[in-house]
Ligand binder design. Structure first.
Ligand code: ZN
Length: 172
């Protein structure tokens, strides 16, 4: 950085200012966006009847990489953690309930809770599931099956992963 020319340093500073100015949060799903809506909400081929709920904008990327998912997202902006002072009103939870109860485009059939498989992520998923069942009992609420890594050995799996792999087992 110290060896860079004044022009290069100025160009980098301008690029950072541009990012800060241009990148906002999508008004629908709170993913990162260049403009009022993100690329996924603007894409009409994406299925608006399924919403995948994640904690942070960065969590959208690995789900997109699987190419398995063609629905929309909802980014909470974190996970519930009363110890750290993160309460439901600190996250985009009311906005999620509003999207499901009175959707702008077509009905929502399913909400996939893809919060992290951590204590706070699990607590958030339980809170959301209860709120959704209460407000929209006809909407399916699902949680990602979390299982053992492919190529992994049971011996090395932690008990939370193995426990969830058991409870998420399906008939063959
Ligand atoms: Zn969006």
């Amino acid at each position: 950085m110290l060896r860079a020319s004044a022009e290069d340093a100025e160009a980098l500073a301008q690029a950072l200012r541009d990012v800060k100015e241009k990148i906002t949060l999508c008004e629908i799903c709170f993913n990162l966006a260049e403009g009022p809506r993100c690329a996924i909400c603007l894409d009409e081929r994406r299925d608006a009847s399924v919403i995948c709920v994640v904690e942070e904008p960065g969590d959208v990327i690995p789900v997109e990489r699987t190419h398995e998912y063609r629905g929309r997202y909802h980014v909470l902006g974190g996970a519930l953690s009363p110890i750290d002072g993160v309460e439901p009103e600190d996250l985009k939870i009311a906005q999620l309930f509003a999207r499901v109860v009175s959707p702008d485009e077509g009905e929502v059939r399913e909400v996939i809770l893809a919060t992290n498989p951590t204590t706070t992520g699990e607590a958030t998923a339980l809170h959301l599931a209860a709120g959704l069942h209460e407000r929209a009992p006809e909407v399916a609420v699902t949680r990602l099956a979390s299982g053992l890594p492919v190529g992994g050995d049971l011996e090395y799996a932690d008990e939370v992963t193995l426990g969830r792999a058991f409870s998420g087992r399906r008939a063959l």
